[in-house]
Design a protein around this ligand. Structure first.
Ligand code: NCD
Ligand code: ZN
Length: 343
């Protein structure tokens, strides 16, 4: 198959940043996605409805003429998040609340270090069927960085689901075979997103032949066995697994640095990279469910009406992209991507 037409996809996890970053990030995401769940981990966290509305307006103002795109706003679960905002969230166009264990990743400094403190918030979310979006890694210094997701599942997520059995949960950007197996054991209202880079990379791509900062993200990419389990889940047609790029731009200087920031930018080639994975797995027929149906079904939103067409037509990713008066190194910089959107 060299051409593929299917329902326009959405991105159920993206970092658009703010200010002058938005002109690039919003264009890149709106290029192929109709909607996106926008992460709230700005330097000043988006942890109330007013801040989310302001942020939504900024995003829409950055949308290039002629593009249609709907940002789906989320709230950052900080200690300042008010129960009242949870009750009013859906009416205000909020689609989820993001939980970062404090210190787990980029922009998680306002996250939670004691989950019991937020029980009233989780109670209200459960009542309102408002999804909890989780960065599932523990931050305990004694836990190896490659084990942090698995330990989170056992130590935090299992008890959390026991305590809030009806709470809608998305375990974001899963990176391990353990997470796949766990999600398969949960009820329908617990799901997971999978990034393109976790389907394409292992830790060898990060560490062998020299350290590659542009392959560094959190959760860190894992083993070949984990990658295979993620691919199997993505192409399975099981609606518990759907697309979330976690495209997370950082300026080149923050990545090529003695202390490299976590995050991989994939929005410039997002759906095309997923198509490569599904194609290689001989499962292109499963791409539409994963990228265009299961996300909106989980979030209780209508599926998109428009189609997009992908063509097998290799193209070169630019070596760098202008970003915030400097540059960003996109995923696959200077190398080719197999599929292209036909406009
Ligand atoms: C994200 C970022 O840069 O905001 N980084 C990342 O490595 N994925 C934060 C996150 O989602 O963990
Ligand atoms: Zn993220």
């Amino acid at each position: 198959m060299d051409k593929l037409t299917f329902t326009q996809p959405d991105d159920w996890h993206v970092h658009l940043r703010e200010g002058d970053a938005l002109s690039m990030t919003v264009r890149a995401t709106a290029r192929c996605f109709a909607r996106a769940i926008v992460m709230p981990n700005l330097p000043r966290p988006v942890d109330n409805i007013i801040a989310a509305n302001t942020y939504r307006k900024q995003i829409l103002a950055a949308l290039p003429n002629g593009h249609k795109f709907e940002p789906l706003m989320t709230l950052y679960l900080t200690e300042n998040l008010k129960v009242n905002d949870i009750h009013n969230a859906q009416a205000a166009g909020i689609h989820g609340v993001k939980l970062y264990p404090r210190g787990a990743t980029t922009g998680s400094g306002f996250g939670i270090n004691n989950i019991e403190k937020i029980y009233p918030i989780l109670e209200a979310m459960q009542q309102n069927f408002l999804p909890l979006l989780i960065h599932g890694e523990v931050t305990d210094e004694t836990v190896d960085v490659f084990s942090r997701e698995a330990v989170f599942i056992d130590k935090v997520l299992v008890p959390l689901i026991k305590r809030f059995p009806k709470l809608k949960i998305v375990l974001e950007h899963i990176s391990t075979a353990r997470a796949v197996e766990f999600i398969l054991s949960t009820p329908k209202h617990v799901a997971a997103t999978i990034t393109a880079h976790h389907l394409l990379l292992t830790r060898n791509d990060l560490l062998v032949g020299g350290l590659r900062p542009h392959h560094y993200c959190l959760p860190i990419v894992k083993t070949e066995q984990d990658k295979r389990a993620l691919i199997k889940a993505a192409i399975s047609g099981n609606p518990k697994f759907f697309l979330g790029t976690d495209s997370a731009p950082h300026p080149r200087t923050s990545k090529e640095n003695a202390c490299c920031a976590a995050g991989i930018f994939t929005a410039h080639a997002a759906i095309e990279l997923y198509a490569e994975v599904f194609d290689q797995a001989k499962a292109l027929d499963k791409l539409e469910g994963f990228s265009s149906f299961f996300g909106p079904d989980f979030y209780g939103l209508p599926r998109n009406r428009k189609d997009i067409t992908l063509q097998r037509a290799p193209w070169l990713v630019p070596a760098s992209i202008p970003f915030q008066n400097t540059q960003l190194i996109p995923f696959r910089a200077g190398e080719s991507v197999e599929w292209k959107i036909v406009t």
